[in-house]
Structure formats: C-alpha cells, structure tokens
Write a protein that binds this ligand. Structure first.
Ligand SMILES: O=C(CO)[C@@H](O)[C@H](O)[C@H](O)[C@H](O)COP(=O)(O)O
Ligand SMILES: [Zn+2]
Length: 194
C-alpha cells in the first residue's frame, strides 16, 4: 500500500525533475511570462480553457491573475471559459459541446488576446476548436499538453508539452508551470518594491 503511494509521488517528482533539468523549458517560462505581461500592458486579456481537472486548473490560474496571488494589487483581465454554466449547458444542449469554447472566443476574443488551453491528450475537440477560433481572431495560443502535444500542437503558437503520458501526472506539472508563470507575471507587471 505505502509502496504504491510512494511510486505515485515518485512518478510525479520524476516528471518535475525532467522539467527542472530542461534549460529550454526555463527559457520558455521566462519568455511566455514576458509575453503575457506585454499583452496586459497593451490592454489585452488572457482566457483559459480545459476539461475536467484541466477546467479546474483553468479557473484556478485565471483566478490567480484576476484575483490576487502573492500580494495585494489591482485585478488583471483573466477568465476561464467554462465558468458560466448557463452559457455552457445551453450551447452544449443547443449546438454541441465541441463548439462551446470556440463560440465564446468568437464573441469575446480580440487580436493580441491570449488563449491558454490545457489538454493532457492535446486531442480534446472543444479545445482544438477554441484554438482554431482564436487563430482566426488573431489571438496568441498557448497549449499545455502531455508529451506528444497531440493535435493541439499544430494550433499552438507556444507549447508546454510536459514529458509524461499519464493524465494526473501531466496535470500536476501543468499547475506547477501555471503557478510559476502567474508568479512571474504578477512580479513583472506590478514590480513590487520589496
Ligand atoms: O482530472 C482528470 C484526470 O486527472 C479528468 O477529469 C480529466 O481532466 C478529464 O478526463 C478530461 O476530459 C481529459 O481531457 P484532456 O486532458 O485529454 O483534454
Ligand atoms: Zn484529476
């Protein structure tokens, strides 16, 4: 029993250890954080989307920015696309779940806005459709996926493909990467004097 638990924790650490030793990953985290800061300075917003646990990650990360993270400061324009359940259930019921996020992007997306999609497989159709709609709107797309990147790779301007094929292990690294980016964005945008 304890061995199984240790195995799972070890597997999660091993994925993060790979990220830790990936210098290109450090560079990418830095440059994406700057890209998001630049977008906010230009009056743009960031949207997040995902399914299941990744929907939870999407709203978690959006709230770090729209709320507060490490210190008190003004809100940043960030939201997750699934949080309006009346919208989501109506569109899923009247059209299809596949188009729910894409339709929202068509309504609110503008050139230079950023769309972050979290999909461990990289193959969730509603996320891919959202990325296609975002590209048509001139938005910047950032994919968070598993090792292969799946179909989302093709539609991602920037890709964080975590080196694992196991959904929960990938998600655990997604939220770590997302937290790091939110911290860097908050520090760089507000430049606290401490
Ligand atoms: O949280 C988990 C598994 O850890 C699940 O809810 C998981 O997110 C769902 O099965 C998703 O539908 C998987 O979609 P995706 O990551 O392949 O886009
Ligand atoms: Zn989960």
């Amino acid at each position: 029993m304890n061995e199984q638990i240790k195995q799972i924790i070890g597997d999660s650490i091993a994925v993060k250890q790979q990220l830790l030793s990936d210098e290109a990953m450090m560079t990418k985290i830095n440059s994406i954080s700057d890209l998001i800061v630049d977008a906010f300075r230009a009056g743009k917003k960031i949207l997040f989307c995902g399914n299941g646990g990744s929907a939870a990650d999407a709203q978690h990360l959006a709230a770090e920015l729209s709320g507060r993270f490490y210190f008190d400061r003004d809100a940043l324009p960030a939201e997750a696309l699934h949080v309006n359940t009346s919208y989501l259930t109506a569109i899923a019921n009247d059209y299809s779940f596949e188009v729910a996020y894409a339709r929202y992007i068509k309504g609110v997306g503008h050139t230079g806005d950023i769309l972050v999609g979290l999909s461990t497989s990289g193959n969730s159709t509603n996320i891919i459709e959202a990325f296609k709609a975002a590209k048509e709107k001139g938005m910047i797309t950032i994919g968070f996926t598993g090792a292969s990147g799946g179909k989302l790779k093709e539609f991602s301007d920037h890709l964080f493909n975590v080196p694992s094929t196991v959904t929960p292990r990938i998600q655990e690294s997604h939220i770590m990467l997302g937290h790091i980016i939110c911290q860097l964005v908050e520090e760089r945008y507000f430049n606290p004097k401490n």
